[in-house]
Each structure stands twice: as structure tokens, then as C-alpha cells.
Design a protein around this ligand. Structure first.
Ligand SMILES: C[S@@+](CC[C@H](N)C(=O)[O-])C[C@H]1O[C@@H](n2cnc3c(N)ncnc32)[C@H](O)[C@@H]1O
Length: 555
């Protein structure tokens, strides 16, 4: 296997959340190529991948060279245009010939990519790329699974050699050999270590005591605080199970009953059958199988709220499919591998007499689709694709709103959390306001969970909703009809900013409550959903969010 094929395999593993390039390259023996060369090539290519993807798409390289895959194209283009030594293959090698043939066009597109960014030379472009990617910003967050162990126990065993620090920045900026540990101040049982620390080989990890889960991803279960409502819980969109297992741990550690078998039930619903199996496996490894019952291959919309089995459901956690725009790559320095991609046969059909170009999509390490066809569904990010992005967000937000309305229809429900790993207001604050204005919310008395009503750590969290985004939607109608003003609603919403000093991914969560169970008649909204109309464009909602790859999923 050539250097480039091995490097393509490494890019692939990194995009699937398989760890940093350092871990992937140096933890495996038996590479045919030199490990240091592989490390340098993949790291550099990842840094340049956003620009190179654009260059490859514009040059139409992939349309003309079918034997070059998108990842090989990135690597070869990197070496052809940016490496001092050029392509590391004999001049007559098939791949070398295939890429060299397009050198002039690729060079011209690289020049244009620089000019679009106001950078006239390759040297200026290099400074731009290096400046953007050298600073690490993401720690490795680990949730200590209270179903299997205790924080104190882990600090004394797995992390005995680690030095405790009071500042997250120390962990983020730690040298590659430093073993530092930070105990989070907002979420119980959450710790952070430097991104380089490999825990997947530890016994605690293998036995489900430690779960790799981003801090932001711990917010929904914590905010839901299911113990306060006292009944059963539905996790509507559960796979791969990070939040389900977190719910189970919260119920087990804070539930009044000391008898495990008397704990409230968690009903974990997952529509996708493959992901349902992953969910079941995660629940088992995390030791949550006694409280969680998995509804495999179950569409949440098809659950009948009035059914007897849901009569004690008081809390629902909604973490539906979203754009995944808040997700960060797993590599050192939060590097994301952008990959030039292909459009499917339908989209590739010539339009208005012009051949359509391949679109570049940027997908973080977490959301690597299984193949190129799936990758087409990832969020478009190029300027040209703005309208495509808008229509995608519209379709996602309609689906998310229906989820919320359906959840609000469960007769005994008192608490709901709604979350996304999206940075877009359309999927976040806008959905919240629209849900609050919906018939079912008004009829059943749902309102936003105010900041002062939230659990301690969430009340103290400093990043709140976007007031401008809230006002945008409130202003179009009577702002008094949902009982709160834009400031209150924005303050009730919780946001995390992707890759900032808080070390989280981009995330959004809001809570809904109702004070008494008045207005339990079925609403017109719920009937639409129950009748199945709501599912008609459900197929348009694709999966491009959190993937769980073993317990290596940081979300
Ligand atoms: C963002 S992921 C959930 C992540 C999960 N909560 C976690 O923390 O591990 C969204 C999940 O919802 C599932 N899903 C999408 N539509 C659904 C529906 N109508 N009913 C049930 N599950 C659905 C998707 O298959 C996907 O697994």
C-alpha cells in the first residue's frame, strides 16, 4: 500500500473520531510507510483541507479522475502544490500521472482561493493556515459513570498519576507529556484531561466506568433533572446513548430509592435500526440496562402519548437530528478534516445546460459518513451553497419543532429538554419560540424553564441564548402571548460556543416545564402528528450528527 493510501486511511480514521493523528499513527505498528512521514503528511493535509477541498472542487479534478478518491485527492494535491519534494511517487506511477495532469488548473484554483481570502501569495496563505490551526482549544472530556464507579475512586486509581488543576486553560495548553486533570465546576462527575491523553486502553474505560462525552453534551440530562418530576423518562432520540446513560446515572445517584429495581424507567427510543443496536450495546456496557428499556427501530412520532405505558412519563429528553454544525474535530488543535465531495447522480444531472460541479462539504471528525453518497447530505458550507443550507435548516427545524410538539402532548409530562449540536438560531431559539407559541403548548400550559428554576450548574453557566435571535421571532407576533419577553427567554436558553475557552463544542439546550397538568385534551397539533402527517417529510432529515464509535465518542 502506498504512502498515500495509508495516509488516506488515517484521515478516514480521524474523521470517524478514532483519535488524534498522533494516536492513530504511532499506536499502530506495521505501517509500510515511515510513521513520521505519515504523521507529517496527514497533519499538514488536514490543516490545508478546507482550502484544498475548495481547490479540488473548483478544478473538477474528481469529475475527471475517477480513480482518485476525495481523500487521495487532498493528499496528492497537498504534495503536488505545497510540499517541497512534490509527489512521493515515481513520475510514471498511475496516481502521480493522474494528479500531475491537472497541476496547472489546481495551481490556478489555489491562487484564486488565496485571493478570495485577500492573500496574494502562497507564503501569505501558509501564514493564514498555520495561524488558524496551531492553538489547541479542546480538552478531552470524560464523564465518570456513576452507575459503575465514583469520581473519588477514579481520581485515586485511573488518574492517580495526574496532577489536579483548578483552571481548564492549564489542561488545554498542557504539553504532550503532561498529565493534568480538571474537575468540572458545572456538571457533577465530569473531568477534563489534555486531548493527548489516551484513556481507551485503560481498564476503567473498557469496563464502562469512563465515558468520553463532551461537556456540552452533558447539559441536557443534567438540566432535565428527572428526579424532580419523579416519574418515568423518555429519551426520544437516544442513539448512541450518551444522554440516555447519563440520565440513568443521574437517576441512580440522586434517586430517593436506594433499591435499584425501584428506580423510574427510562424509555429510550431510536428510529434507526443500526443505531438502535449501538444504543443497546452502550447501555449494557455502561451498566444502565436495568433502568433503560430500549425501543429499537422506533419512530418517536409513532408513540401514542395517551397509551397506558406512558401514563407515568413525566420527563422527556429531546436531542433530535440536527445540522451538527457545532461539532468539533478530534485532532490536535481541533483540526477538522474537510473532504471534497461528490454529488449524487440526481444532483449531478446537468442543470440549465451547465454541468453541475461537485460540492465541497466540510464534515468534522465526528460525522464522517460511511461513504461518499452519504457525505452528500452533509451541510453545504460554500458561499454558493447558502440557499441549499437555508432549505436544509428549514427542513430540520420543521422536524425539530414537530418533535417538541409531540413531546408536549404526553399527558403526565412536566419537564422537557430540547437540545441540538447546532450553531444556527433556526434550529435553536427559533424552534423554542415556535414551540412555545404552538397550540399544544398553549393548551397544556407549557412554558420555558426560567434560569432561576434550573439546576445549580446550569443556572451558573454563563453562555445564554441569543437575544437577537429570540427577538427576531417574537417580534413577528404579540410578544406577550407566551408570557415572557426576549431577555427572559434568551436567559433561559443555554448555549455553548464551539472551540472557545470553555472547551466545548457548539451546543444549545432549553428546558420547558408546566406547573400543573391542566388542559390535557388532545390538541390540534398533536392530532396532526398522531395521524401521521407529521412524518411525511421526515425522510428528509438525515443523520449528520453525533456518531458513537465505541466509547470513543466525545459527545
Ligand atoms: C443527535 S442524535 C442523538 C444523540 C444521543 N441523544 C446521544 O446523546 O448519544 C439523533 C438521533 O435521533 C434519531 N432519530 C431521528 N429521527 C427520529 C425519530 N423520528 N424517532 C426516533 N429517533 C429518531 C437518529 O437516528 C439519531 O440517532
Amino acid at each position: 500500500m502506498s504512502l498515500y493510501h495509508e495516509a488516506a486511511q488515517i484521515l478516514d480514521t480521524a474523521r470517524k473520531g478514532g483519535g488524534s493523528f498522533k494516536t492513530i499513527v504511532f499506536s499502530k505498528k506495521g505501517w509500510k510507510s515511515d510513521s513520521k512521514t505519515l504523521f507529517a503528511l496527514t497533519t499538514e493535509t488536514a490543516k490545508w483541507s478546507e482550502i484544498l477541498s475548495e481547490v479540488i472542487v473548483k478544478s473538477e479534478l474528481l469529475n475527471n479522475q475517477k480513480q482518485i478518491t476525495p481523500k487521495l485527492a487532498l493528499l496528492l494535491t497537498h504534495d503536488l502544490l505545497l510540499s517541497k519534494n512534490g509527489i512521493a511517487l515515481p513520475a510514471k506511477h498511475g496516481l502521480a500521472l493522474a494528479i500531475t495532469r491537472h497541476k496547472a488548473r489546481l495551481q490556478a484554483e489555489l491562487k484564486k482561493a488565496g485571493l478570495h481570502r485577500g492573500l496574494a501569495t502562497i507564503k501569505a496563505l501558509r501564514i493564514h493556515v498555520n495561524g488558524r490551526t496551531t492553538k489547541p482549544s479542546h480538552p478531552r472530556w470524560i464523564r465518570v459513570n456513576a452507575l459503575r464507579t465514583f469520581l473519588a475512586e477514579q481520581l485515586e486509581s485511573t488518574f492517580a498519576e495526574y496532577k489536579r488543576v483548578d483552571d481548564l486553560a492549564a489542561v488545554v495548553n498542557a504539553g504532550s507529556d503532561e498529565r493534568l486533570i480538571y474537575v468540572d465546576q458545572h456538571i457533577p462527575n465530569l473531568i477534563a484531561v489534555p486531548a493527548d491523553c489516551v484513556l481507551t486502553t485503560s481498564t476503567a474505560y473498557k469496563e464502562g466506568m469512563l465515558l468520553l462525552q463532551d461537556k456540552a453534551s452533558c447539559f441536557p440530562a443534567y438540566l432535565l433533572d428527572p428526579v424532580s418530576a419523579g416519574g418515568d423518562v423518555i429519551d426520544a432520540c437516544a442513539a448512541p446513548g450518551n444522554k440516555t446513560t447519563h440520565l440513568a446515572a443521574i437517576l441512580a445517584s440522586t434517586g430517593e430509592s436506594s433499591n435499584y429495581t425501584e428506580l423510574p424507567k427510562i424509555i429510550a427510543c431510536e428510529k434507526d435500526s443500526t443505531r438502535s443496536s449501538v444504543l443497546a450495546r452502550m447501555i449494557k456496557v455502561a451498566g444502565a440496562d436495568r433502568t433503560v428499556s430500549v425501543k429499537h427501530h422506533q419512530d418517536f412520532f409513532k408513540l401514542q402519548p395517551d397509551a397506558k405505558e406512558f401514563k407515568n412519563v413525566t420527563s422527556l429528553l429531546l436531542d433530535p437530528s440536527c445540522s451538527g454544525s457545532g461539532i468539533i474535530g478530534r485532532d490536535e488543535g481541533g483540526v477538522i478534516v474537510h473532504v471534497p465531495n461528490t454529488l449524487g447522480p440526481k444532483q449531478n444531472a446537468p442543470s440549465r445546460g451547465k454541468k453541475r460541479k461537485r460540492a465541497a462539504v466540510s464534515v468534522s471528525a465526528k460525522v464522517e459518513p460511511a461513504n461518499d453518497t452519504e457525505a452528500e447530505e452533509a451541510l453545504p458550507e460554500l458561499e454558493d451553497d447558502k440557499s441549499k443550507l437555508q432549505s436544509r435548516l428549514e427542513s430540520l427545524s420543521e422536524f425539530q419543532l414537530r418533535m417538541l410538539r409531540h413531546a408536549m402532548d404526553f399527558p403526565a409530562a412536566k419537564r422537557i429538554t430540547y437540545s441540538t449540536c447546532s450553531i444556527y438560531a433556526q434550529e435553536n431559539e427559533h424552534v423554542v419560540i415556535r414551540a412555545l407559541k404552538s397550540d399544544v403548548a398553549v393548551e397544556r400550559g407549557w412554558r420555558i424553564m426560567k434560569r432561576e428554576e434550573q439546576v445549580d450548574g446550569m443556572r451558573r453557566w454563563h453562555r445564554r441564548g441569543d437575544r437577537g435571535a429570540v427577538a427576531e421571532v417574537l417580534d413577528v407576533a404579540d410578544p406577550t402571548d407566551i408570557g415572557f419577553d426576549a431577555d427572559q427567554i434568551a436567559d433561559a436558553c443555554v448555549r455553548c460556543v464551539k472551540g472557545d475557552e470553555d472547551g466545548t463544542m457548539g451546543f444549545f439546550v432549553a428546558g420547558f416545564v408546566r406547573d400543573d397538568l391542566h388542559g390535557s385534551g388532545r390538541s390540534s397539533n398533536s392530532q396532526v402528528i398522531a395521524n401521521g402527517h407529521a412524518e411525511k417529510d421526515d425522510g428528509a432529515v438525515e443523520e449528520e450528527e453525533e456518531e458513537w464509535n465505541g466509547f470513543n465518542d466525545g459527545h
